[in-house]
Ligand binder design. Sequence first.
Ligand code: 0X9
Ligand code: ZN
Length: 319
Amino acid sequence: GGYTVWRSYSEPGGIAAQLKAIAAANRDIVKLQSIGKTLRGQDILAAKVTTGARLLPDGVKPATLYSATQHAREWIATEVDMRLLKYVIANRATLKDLLNKTELWFVPVANPDGYDFTFTEGNRLWRKNLRDNDGDGRITIGDGVDPNRNFPTNFHYDEEGSSSIPSSDTYRGAGPASEPETKAMDGLLKRVGFEMQLNYHSYGPLLLYPVGFQIATEAADNPIYEALTGNDAKPAIPGFDPDLSAELYTTNGDTNDRAHFQYGTLSWTPELDEGCDGCGFVFPDDEALVRAEFEKGLPFALDVARSAVNPVEPVNHLG
Ligand code: 0X9
Ligand code: ZN
């Protein structure tokens, strides 16, 4: 507690309450819904932002998903996602064309149980969900499933890209989509059929795109990924290192590959910066640093949404 910037999901004035307040104050362009419940019964909230949000069915316009915090400790991901949502609403007049033509979706906390857990004493660096692997009725070091290894595409493709050991930070879980948090996200991906997804994590700074499950395999639409991501000399987010996911390390059952292969979504993982040298997952509680991290990635985030209208001709602020 006592943070300037950071708020848990379920506290008064926390992320869930903020989402509800934003939706209530902007009923013409925001529709808030639960995409499913966590293991502990919390609603995983998704906000759709578009002209006529509550009149039109979901997914009728080209859609972009900004998701965040599958990994409980990566707080900057949620904060950047929330600031993007608030920015879009505050600038709705300027962004009128984008909101007429496309849907922008926000899932600021994909793993609310785990995220809340990191706000409790001694648990700041928890990564996974709150699956009680050994069934002893409490959450200890051996528990939890990695939400970014539990998706059905290439689930357990090999032992390198995810782990069979429950205490591992990359434990894939008992089976494909065994976790309710995975089912919720996968259901949304399927139902809406996003053109684009940014799945915010930390820490990098890196800008990763599929494929992740197999070393050095380029996706068929690699040129589109590269056009939007930029290159080492001119990355889409200043200071970020653009790369094929698997070149960092391989993952199987992750969200990017699921979205890409199963649903034809162009899907990135921005690994946001740590905020200071050696901060790692503990981004400083510093308004100026958080704002800078958000502002740095804003042009890229908007490029992606603008490109959803016609992904084969990406819009790029880099020119
Ligand atoms: O390991 C992950 O799930 C992501 N990194 S994190 O430090 N935030 O946990 C990276 C996922 C990107 N995919 C691959 N590198 N294959
Ligand atoms: Zn992560």
